[in-house]
Design a protein around this ligand. Sequence first.
Ligand SMILES: *Cc1c(COP(=O)(O)O)cnc(C)c1O
Length: 468
Amino acid sequence: MFDLLLKAMSRIVVSYSAKKQAVHFLPDFNAWGLDRNGDQLVISGISALELIKQYGSPLLVLNELRLDYDIRNLQKAFSCAPRGSMILYSYKTNCIPGILQYIHSRGLGAEVISPYELRLAERLCVPGNNIIFNGVSKSKESLEQAIKKGVFSINADTIDELETLKDLSAELKTQVRIGLRLGLAGDSQFGLDFDSGEAAAACGLVMNNMKAFNLVVIHLHTVANARNAKKHLAYIKKALKFLLQIKNCYGVDVPYLDIGGGYGVPTSQVMSKPAYAIYRLLGILPSRPNWNEYQPMADYFKEVVKFISDFCNTNRLPMPKLIIEPGRVVTSRAELLLSSVNATKKKNSGLQFAMTDVGKHSIAYPCDYEYHDIFVANKLTRLPFQRYNIVGRICMSSDFIVKNKLLPQLEPSDVIAVMDAGAYFSSYSSNFGFPRPAIIKVCEGKTDILRHEETLEHTIYMDTVFPR
Ligand SMILES: *Cc1c(COP(=O)(O)O)cnc(C)c1O
């Protein structure tokens, strides 16, 4: 009975949300730095269809000019921060070396969370003082590697980690540059818990071992997909009080405040908990985020810097230099995912399926919990009137990109474009059933391969059954 009711309800709401989708189906592609030529989606001078023809499907495409634009925009916005402040790109967001290299060439440093990422930064010749080592579960080996590399700061996440660092300092006979990551957001697994006094205890441990430690950073990373600075400021306030406490108790001025990443982009959005539940339960796709709700980055950082500077003036605290660790806001919009329709099928209910070569389990995992705009790259201006579930090629019912999406009639070899694939897409990708796709970059009609498509040989390389 409940099931039937749920089904009836979901029919009504799905059809309502479908109507809403139809009204707003063609946005301004300039939001991603893309163009439209009639029906065709064009990426820096080349149509999506042409790219698929040349490089195969599926394909991740980096739009280099858009990456450049977003980096400049961020740098300009952050230029209100005190001299000596730093922007460190969060490697886990998109750790394709060709992309990281470009980001570093524009002057951003590295925020890494693992020995693999640290090694990657090293291979990309990022100087130690442009690297921060974060991470929630660092091994002793990785800490040793970071100390030897001379990173700007190792941001400690637990008291146990501090104890290990103390031992390493003695073993290696060096003072360790250290940060303390504050756990400010309730029961999250991150950071030294602020409310229980764990952070204060960690600070005591550091201050009582000044030979082992040089405290250079207080760190927080507590917002995600922020639309404006409001929530961030509440956390920053706690961190500033902590800085003040350190000054009052120990007479020490910590020179850097690392306020983390989490800056949102208007074009894609993590679903709210209710929106996610409704999507899961009733199949109702959330609507496109309202782009106007997002505070421009320049205003965001102006507000943050003014807030910190006011606090410091009032409390006679020297203004700390700032560190930010953006991920999504740097790369999200600059990359898109192209896939091809292999076949379609229709259900009695009217729902259609598009069987494509990309699903959640291959390279589009964020589509599980984020809103992403999705277009038919070769039928842009056709009116969307069919309800589709776009699914991948893994035999799992969870392998979809989107459900109940209104699209024009699809047929084999149509190209589906998923926007905002530059954050957490390749990071989450797996070779479940199929090798991972190629990643290319496009710049004013020129293309380059950033990563080749995996071959069968790559996927079985570590298996001992097959002789090398
Ligand atoms: C993931 C992460 C970031 C980047 O987050 P975005 O939301 O992509 O900006 C920054 N700092 C830390 C510690 C992270 O774990």
